[in-house]
Design a protein around this ligand. Sequence first.
Ligand SMILES: Cc1cc2nc3c(=O)[nH]c(=O)nc-3n(C[C@H](O)[C@H](O)[C@H](O)COP(=O)(O)OP(=O)(O)OC[C@H]3O[C@@H](n4cnc5c(N)ncnc54)[C@H](O)[C@@H]3O)c2cc1C
Length: 840
Amino acid sequence: MEVHQTRPKTIRSRLGTLRRAAKRVATIAGIAIAAVLLLAYGMGAWGIRQTPVEHPAPPEFINDVTQLNPIPVAKIITPTTIDEIIEAVKSNPGPVSVGGGRYSMGGQTASLGGVQIDMRQFNRILAFDSVAKTITVQPGIRWRDIQRRIDSANLSIAVMQTYSNFTVGGSMSVNVHGRYIGLGPLALTIRSLKIVLADGTLIEASPTTNSEIFYGALGGYGGLGVIVEATLDLADNVRVKRHNARMPIGEYAGYFKQHVRDSTDVIFHNGDIYPPNYERVNAVTWTRTNDPVTVTDRLIPPDKSYRLDRAVYSIMADWPGGKGFREHVVDPLLFRNSPVEWRNYEASYDVAELEPTSREKSSYVLEEYFIPVEHFDDFVPKMRAVFKKHDVNVINVSIRHAKPDPGTLLSWAPRETFAFVVYYKQGTSAPERRKVGVWTREMTDSILSVGGAYYLPYQPWATEAQFLRAFPRAPEYFALKKRVDPTNKLRNTLWDKYYLPRVSPLQANADASIRERLDSAGTYARDEGQTFLTHPEWSIVFSSDEYAEWLHHHLPTDFPYAKSIAQFWIDYREAVSQTKNAYPFNSGYHVMLGVIGTSYSAELALKGAYENTIGRFSGWTAGHKLTEEDRYAADVASDYGKFIHIRPWYEYAFAAKLKGLWTTVPATGRAPVRKWERRCFLTLEYGIKSVYAGLITLGTHAAYAPEDDRMQMVVSGWTDAIAARHPNIKTVARIDSVFTVVAAPRYDEFRDAIRDLATSGDSVRISEVAGNHEIFLTGVAPRGWAYSGVGRDVFDVPLPTDSSRKRVSMRVPVGELLNVFRSLDAQRTSGLSIDHLYDY
Ligand SMILES: Cc1cc2nc3c(=O)[nH]c(=O)nc-3n(C[C@H](O)[C@H](O)[C@H](O)COP(=O)(O)OP(=O)(O)OC[C@H]3O[C@@H](n4cnc5c(N)ncnc54)[C@H](O)[C@@H]3O)c2cc1C
């Protein structure tokens, strides 16, 4: 098989070479920008206007506190009444997701291309009974707002998390816990709730009425309906005094049993395990007291400054010896006395104290493991081993305790449980994220080996098999969901993964070792953001095609140079808009795009200036007719356009074309002024490009090795018979009876291979392409064409050379890629043709 020089190599080669030529380019860029401005002005004067752009609003992204999970959605609705929520659920076919505070860390509040019901404006207190000690609220309310209301009655929330920023609905749907002793899951303190089901029905549920819905919705992650009302138990707002004891971790379980578990005076307790050795614990207990408060504020002031806290977290995470600094310096200072506070004060922490200055290159993230109390000592060495093996940057592991759950279907504490809350720092790049997946799945195996479970509001790295072992009643939950939401309207990333997976069946079905093998194979995974970033570079390729087509019928004088320059920058701006806040910033690639964009603009600007002055004059002398030289230039442009679809531009035989100009095109004939002007111009153009390309080729060969020329993907339903019908797609490895890794050619041939697969009638499904779940594609269509179907039309731009046609750009879930190709192929008669599928 012929090994093609690949476009990424083109890109990298250009990058390397152009970096080395940075100074020269900067000078050219300056001249170019001036020329572009002059030209744009000049062409405006000649009646050529800037391309009008149809530009729908950029997609809305739902993200969470980690900034790791941007999910493009079609719409966000912010209801303030139950009727609006019922209408939103009824009128949208799905996916419909529910968002609270958006602190869950794995896309639990959104589904690709769906509608999110953002509950944060639905946040009123409906009833408060200080005698019965209950409160009824709309679930978009945050704990902090309830605290403000009930504090004056000297009451507290019975169970909530350590921080008070979360919404009641988000907390109920996760079935959270805090540091409370003698309690456990929030479900223990919920009296009743009201919920809007997928068909818009509003029902009430409690342990005795519609109890299945009650125990399914608590901890049900928005999969059964939208909780629109909740009645919660309250507790007394007592004064609490802090004590702490440091000990080896082997003594902790005994200490807890003896001093904490059965004490009715203990309100809060947690044990902080010190990384990086995980050998010692600081057990922190807050007991009821009659002592006067030493902290007089009743709630933590909302405007408190957290500069110092953030600095300490940063030291602990990043400085050499930072973790020891915490254990041996910070904590001894922090715990040198025993403050007395109000319970509400201790329950009103603000997550702002944890917020780093930036989450661009790294982020702080949580995981949590639930271990039956009797297996505490078995689990700790396993946890330590995984952290150490993978060098995880753990900042803290906080131990909590929970009594058994009252019966929720997705219970994380079916029996008495210790929770290990892990706060760690991770990188945001794709390889660093995959690494987290690898160690998390390994940790999950350790958890399962001692009969434990893990927490679902965090990144959903576990395989489906692991999920089902950790949550053995999940099939009951799924059966209930099927009954109350038969069309699977209520979705989010969690349920897209574990319930009727639609994006990536591989993730859901494959076991951990397969996922690990794929993720750690250097040849498989590519960065998803590249699907958008490669688009501007292809825009130059398309422009070359258009230029070639133009030259066959027109003089180059009238080519829309300014529009073509604008096209590149519009495509670049869109690539930025699609990747901004969604993927880690790829500075190298942006520099490269900036450099090639500037040099491309300079070339077109200079050409435009020349063609509209001297070229215009010589064309006039030829009666605006094409000469042999013009035709030769058109043929070369076509040949060049085809060439750069598959090979780097600098490998093109400019010198041979120059020779051809002088040896094959007759030097005499009609319109001598035009002929000789063209000869001089083309000699200059081919000559300069030949020398420049030669220099780049030299530098490139010295610095870069060829890259992979195949794109791997995971497909299901791949049989030997199907493989024989698609010889351009090679079988790489059979994963199991369902999934196979196959390799397709890249670039134009990738598009063709996918189209063949889609239209062949073979029942194959793509699960992932290079580890990714979204892909970008463009096509050319008549101006009035509109796409309706899976995937999203992101933006359309009229073609510079023909405003009756436009280039349409779409982002498509890879799981739906074949369906999209089928559907687009069926629309070919309407004039649509797919020109490129951007394979990262
Ligand atoms: C810094 C930090 C500390 C944390 N500490 C703890 C802790 O101490 N204990 C603990 O248990 N957890 C803890 N968590 C996890 C946290 O409790 C959950 O992520 C919780 O879901 C956050 O609430 P939220 O309002 O942000 O919910 P969101 O993240 O917005 O939503 C969570 C889930 O609830 C669903 N949902 C939200 N509202 C509704 C509704 N009205 N009806 C139906 N479904 C709904 C969403 O669809 C989603 O699936 C912590 C998280 C962070 C970031």
